[in-house]
Design a protein around this ligand. Sequence first.
Ligand SMILES: NC(=O)c1ccc[n+]([C@@H]2O[C@H](COP(=O)([O-])OP(=O)(O)OC[C@H]3O[C@@H](n4cnc5c(N)ncnc54)[C@H](O)[C@@H]3O)[C@@H](O)[C@H]2O)c1
Length: 472
Amino acid sequence: MSSNRRNFLRNLTLGTGALAVGLPSIAAENKEDGALQRAYEKASANQRFNMSGYAAPKIDKVRVGIIGLGQRGGDAVQRLAYIDGLEIKALCDKYPDRVTKAQAGLEKRGFQKPKEYSGNDGWKAMIENEDLDLVYICTPWSLHTPMAVYAMNHGKHAACEVPIAKTLDECWELVETSEKTRKHCMMLENCCYDFFELLTLNMARNGLFGELVHAEGAYIHDLRSLNFSKDGYADMWRLKENYRNGNLYPTHGLGPIAQCLNINRGDKMEHLVSMSTNDFMMGQIANEKAATDPFYNEFAGKQFRGDMNTTLIHTEKGKTIMVQHDVTTPRPYSRIHLISGTKGVASKYPTPERIAFGHEWLKEEEMKALYDQYTPPIVKHVGEIAKKVGGHGGMDFIMDWRLIDCLRNGLPLDQDVYDGALWSSIAPLSERSVAKRSRTVDVPDFTRGAWKSNKPVNLTLEGGGNTGVRKI
Ligand SMILES: NC(=O)c1ccc[n+]([C@@H]2O[C@H](COP(=O)([O-])OP(=O)(O)OC[C@H]3O[C@@H](n4cnc5c(N)ncnc54)[C@H](O)[C@@H]3O)[C@@H](O)[C@H]2O)c1
């Protein structure tokens, strides 16, 4: 019997801490919770095919269709157009004027006009009709899994913005579809490609921090004005997500530290506990806005997510991870990015980034020496050009370039479907823990045991690195 199955049965029969706090037994609650039950059952089922380390056939020219041309997708179109060996064949948004705007940007730069799709279901027509190798998705969260699954089922690789799934069922649908179709399904976690994150990943791989013991990540970003803006997220989709109570956006903080800890590749997340504060801000803003503008009436009197969520994850090998989410309080931006080991520690936020191998932070010249020695090949190769193209200081372009280079050279992707599913699953799992007074929740093993032998993320450019960048 697999350990997942044992854990699942243990929870059904014993409960985790239920007796101690005098709450109804977990046995009863888990039976009601179909999604969680299915998640553990699927984790003990046979894996169809291991997509970790999977190399798809090489594609000389990668034909891309992009869905969702709002704030994120509009920039992605212009960024992707810098990559050689890539053709933007089709553009799609619910709103035709957004397609026209993205087209205009490409036309100005002398590119051939991609095919246009719009309306609520235009994306289906695009996927069905166009000869695409890759569907690149930048839509609201609730459309991510349906679009990625549809793309894979129609023979296309899928790359999708974060989080790639909202529910555990969606996480499994992605895993099962990717394994069945042998199509890549990458969540576009751009923070894994930021400069300090890649430096520390390479240093961790080289043992400079010793055995990693603990890591911290976060998404602390005051989004109040954007969330409540009528001109921000299309149809106010993101504000509406905030009725869910937990860590709704875990992947930016979690992705890079999960890679440092070799999660899904030598270790796995085992269980978590999650706690949220009350809502001290969003409900009040909604009420105040509704008092003077009826546009906001639908948001008045609603129960919003707690401002700060803190989730603690325990790994199979006994490491701990803390992830936080706060998009309302007035604080400087932070993803924390702290990794702490038996020999040293690195911490990105509050900036400037710092590293220590003892009780004192390193001096500027010592930091520079580490950058010189441990900056990984991908950054040396495209880091400077990525800074010029832009996208969160360059990390977005490093990610896009790497994805296309891997597809062109038939290399495994750095982030596979198991990473996207796992990092995204922390949202629904944290919601469940919060709803049950921070009760322990097991984390499903989306690799179904393959984490024991899956290889760590490749930090070399071996077998690739030959994709050019068009003139800027
Ligand atoms: N990785 C990052 O750094 C980063 C940064 C910002 C946003 N994001 C992610 O990018 C995604 C998009 O965010 P955004 O800020 O661009 O939101 P947005 O609202 O500006 O853009 C979403 C776009 O999707 C379109 N859309 C909605 N329904 C559609 C449908 N049925 N068919 C086609 N298009 C449809 C909307 O019209 C809109 O243009 C989100 O998942 C968000 O989490 C990631």
